[in-house]
Ligand binder design. Structure first.
Ligand SMILES: Nc1ncnc2c1ncn2[C@@H]1O[C@H](COP(=O)(O)OP(=O)(O)OP(=O)(O)O)[C@@H](O)[C@H]1O
Ligand SMILES: [Mg+2]
Length: 488
């Protein structure tokens, strides 16, 4: 569905500053719809010579009452004949009330049309639309709320509302249903809604607030004083023992200045408690990864001690290989202990892994270069851990078998390239070397070396992927190992 900005830009003559004003209005108008228990529609005149049409650029329903319009009216066209009050309000720049028959729902509708003014100019009309109330007298809460709406309506007509500051985080921002306190010109409580009284009780305030300032009944009222002083809304979190309440003070203005304010209260204790729990769960997971890494390092040290006491070369070699395999797993846990979630950017693992293999082979008579092409993006820990072990084996194989000593070739050109492709549904990892190539009659399914046996097991079972080894397709010497893993 088209946005307010798209509709306004394509069908009206309004400028960017106008659009920004309307966007600010729409960002804070849930509050207005709730205070007046009505649907709100925002009309903007459409462009074109002799055109008396309007387009609906915004529609909001009240959460305190029923809606008149079951389908969304955004983008709908209308004209002066259908909507005479919108047209007059636009032309005269004044608030106009009346009753009309709305064709789309074939019903009588009570409307209050409010000109939206920006720097002295009427740029749109906000219309409050409700069912005509027949012989029913409203209760106290309803009367007070509608009165607040009317005060905001006058501010819209003079250009004082919406405020020129960005609205606070709309997702968390308290709603009318959460609890409302109305303050008079002297910042004394005129009215507190039942939900506001409950919120005050939970904060330990049991005194009757009426006629008192919030400071006098034991609340920090700095935000109220700030809001009155700067004539702009102020939001603050108040913490009372176990209870956390989000408080938003919205000043109301008239010709004399700040004429009062509405203060909205929302108990967010539960929301914050869950935030904290998640944070501590995250910290625990990281701590566990850290400990696993430490334990793996301890195991490596024990194996190295053992190797020093063995006399046979073969045993020493076997233990050294185990230490290498364990190190690659430790490396993954170390990275996970630094990351916030269970997903890791794969490059964070790959870089230290390559460095580890690089350091092990570095000797003056064996030049070997490693390069990484492409990006695998962020991968879940369940894929990263086996993938780290697999890559260690493949890099080690390139080091061990691709470039035997005494090979008739310039050593500078010895290269191992890791190619990464991640299209969101499949991960392809290739380890490509330009060495001597695979032995005659080699088949990846039949090798019984420990390295490739581990690789095959991890790729087919843990990663549910495939492995393939072949000569480079461009006919040059060397080996390509290709892994394909489906991501879901
Ligand atoms: N990049 C490569 N270039 C040439 N030959 C390779 C390459 N990778 C593997 N091979 C061949 O595949 C065989 C099996 O490899 P595998 O990793 O299973 O065992 P290994 O490396 O010999 O022993 P281990 O890994 O257990 O120390 C190797 O002996 C080698 O002949
Ligand atoms: Mg090997």
């Amino acid at each position: 569905m088209a946005s307010l900005a798209e509709i306004v830009r394509s069908r009206t003559h309004l400028k960017l500053a106008h659009i920004a004003h309307l966007q600010r209005l729409v960002a804070s108008w849930n509050l207005l719809a709730d205070f007046c228990f009505s649907d709100l529609l925002l009309f903007v005149p459409v462009d074109g010579p002799g055109d008396d049409g309007f387009v609906v650029v915004g529609h909001v329903r009240p959460s305190t009452s029923q809606t008149l319009y079951r389908h969304d009216l955004l983008g709908e066209r209308t004209n002066a004949a259908e909507r005479p009050l919108v047209s007059s309000s636009m032309r005269l720049g004044s608030i106009i009330e009346g009753e009309i028959t709305v064709n789309v729902i074939r019903e009588r509708v009570r409307v209050v049309c409010i000109p939206v003014r920006w720097q002295g100019e009427t740029i749109a009309v906000l219309s409050r639309e409700s069912t005509p109330s027949v012989g029913r007298s409203p209760g106290e809460l309803e009367r007070i709320y509608v009165d607040i709406f009317n005060r905001f309506a006058r501010m819209i007509a003079t250009g004082d509302f919406p405020f020129t500051v960005e609205d606070s985080d709309a997702k968390e921002s308290p709603r009318v249903g959460d609890g409302v306190v109305v303050l008079d010109r002297a910042a004394c409580v005129e009215y507190a809604s039942p939900n506001a009284v409950s919120a005050l009780h939970r904060m330990g305030v049991h005194a009757n607030a009426e006629g008192m300032r919030l400071g006098e009944i034991g609340l920090e009222d700095e935000l109220v004083r700030d809001a009155f002083a700067i004539a702009k809304p102020v939001t603050q979190e108040l913490e009372r023992g176990e209870v956390i309440v989000l408080v938003r003070c919205i000043p109301m203005l008239d010709a004399q200045g700040v004429s009062g304010a509405v203060v909205l209260f929302r108990d967010i204790t539960e929301v914050r408690r869950r935030d904290r729990l998640l944070l501590s769960k995250d910290a625990t997971i990281r701590e566990i990864h850290h400990r696993v890494k430490n334990n793996l390092q301890t195991i490596s040290s024990l194996l190295r001690l053992q190797a020093r006491r063995t006399s046979t070369e073969e045993a020493k070699e076997a233990i050294a290989e185990s230490v290498r395999r364990i190190s690659s797993i430790a490396l993954v846990h170390e990275t996970l202990s630094r990351e916030a979630g269970e997903d890791v950017p794969f490059i964070e693992i790959l870089r230290p892994l390559v460095r580890m293999v690089e350091e092990a082979v570095s000797s003056p008579d064996r030049e070997l270069r490693f390069a990484v092409d492409g990006d695998a993006g962020t991968l879940p820990a369940a894929i990263v851990t086996p993938m780290a072990v697999v890559l260690t084996e493949l890099l080690q194989n390139a080091v061990d078998h691709a470039f035997p000593e005494g090979r008739d070739r310039d050593a500078d050109e010895n290269l191992v390239r890791i190619e990464l492709v991640n299209d969101g549904s499949e991960l392809i990892v290739r380890v490509v070397d330009n060495g001597v190539g695979l032995p005659e009659g080699f088949s990846v399914d039949r090798v019984n070396g420990l390295g490739l046996t581990i690789v095959r097991a991890l790729v087919t079972s843990d990663l549910r992927g495939t492995i393939d080894m072949f000569e480079p397709p461009d006919g040059t010497a060397g080996t390509v190992v290709e892994l394909r893993v489906l991501l879901d």
